[in-house]
Design a protein. Structure first.
Length: 308
């Protein structure tokens, strides 16, 4: 079967993009993958915990999976252009501007696929940063730091509940600080947290300050209903306050939700003609590597069967 030659540009090289790239490469469809870093994998290198959502096996962390991905990229010669940071997509002119090793470039597209994913939310401007060594965003590779320590986990999603449960094996006491009494986490994890004797859940509370000398000694929390403040003795703080979308380069023409994720309809179509979005950048997408890979494979097959 012969396919029409089109300029197909994929932005990002995480699991979603690479799955689509592999699908098209195996059908000999020309395309380009723009990746801002010097290696593939998206945010995988930032994941230090075990990855277990694959029927093909377990990976001890994101770095191990990244190594496997690099082997895959080499084997199938996926057309990734590294060190290419996209700074703008013009949906009227159908062009993409990007910096390649600091030099501004422009490329035309017939079809563009945005697969830039998300990043850990590590922005908390309401507190001092003098206790950086006692503030954590990832814990799996530093679990020994929490032995016999009092820990506050900030958040209400899966990452927060999983972190709190994991820390029960090490910490002497755990406080889970939740802005409301509602949860973003799975119900089974919430139930386990609420029933765990070593975890104290503080609902309707927000972190307003850190106190100490050379080390963190306590935190200040405020009740968002009554405005009452309390001081709790704490040695370590773990922030698990979600993710931020990598959509900063989108200035218009593509509809975003209130958090900055891309809205899609039908076959991963955005509000802009011939622009698609897959993976964690998609609004309401559940952040699992296997789901992102499914997005990429499905869209790749859609291109082969319907668009080319």
């Amino acid at each position: 079967m012969s396919y029409q030659k089109k300029n197909i540009i994929l932005i990002g090289s995480g699991p979603a993009s690479l799955s689509m790239s592999a699908t098209m490469s195996m059908a000999n469809i020309e395309h380009i993958v723009l990746e801002k870093e010097g290696k593939p994998g998206g945010m995988l290198p930032e994941i230090h915990n075990e990855l277990d959502d694959f029927v093909t096996g377990l990976y001890k962390n994101g770095l191990e999976l990244t190594e496997k991905i690099e082997d895959f990229v080499q084997k199938y010669q996926l057309p990734i252009k590294y060190n290419s940071k996209v700074i703008n997509i013009n949906t009227d002119k159908k062009t993409i501007n990007y910096l390649y090793k600091g030099i501004l470039k422009e490329i035309n597209y017939d079809y563009a696929v945005i697969a830039t994913g998300s990043r850990f939310n590590i922005d908390n401007k309401s507190i001092d940063t003098e206790f950086d060594k006692d503030i954590y965003y990832r814990i799996s590779y530093k679990l020994k730091d929490f032995i016999n320590k009092k820990v506050a986990v900030i958040g209400s999603g899966d990452n927060a509940t999983i972190a709190a449960l994991r820390l029960t094996e090490y910490a002497s006491g755990i406080y889970l600080v939740n802005k409301s009494e509602n949860w973003k986490s799975r119900k089974d994890l919430v139930e386990e947290v609420l029933n765990h004797p070593e975890i104290l859940v503080l609902n309707h509370k927000t972190l307003t300050g850190l106190n100490g000398d050379s080390s963190l000694r306590s935190i200040e929390i405020k009740d968002i209903i009554t405005d009452d403040k309390d001081i709790i003795e704490i040695d370590k703080v773990v922030f698990k306050i979600g993710y931020l979308p990598n959509s900063d380069f989108i200035s218009g023409g593509i509809e975003l939700d209130e958090k900055g994720y891309i809205k899609i309809s039908g076959r991963y179509e955005t509000s802009a003609k011939n622009v698609f979005a897959i993976g964690d950048i998609v609004s309401s997408a559940y952040k699992r590597i296997s789901i992102a890979m499914g997005h990429g494979t499905e869209l790749g097959n859609y291109f082969l069967k319907e668009l080319l």
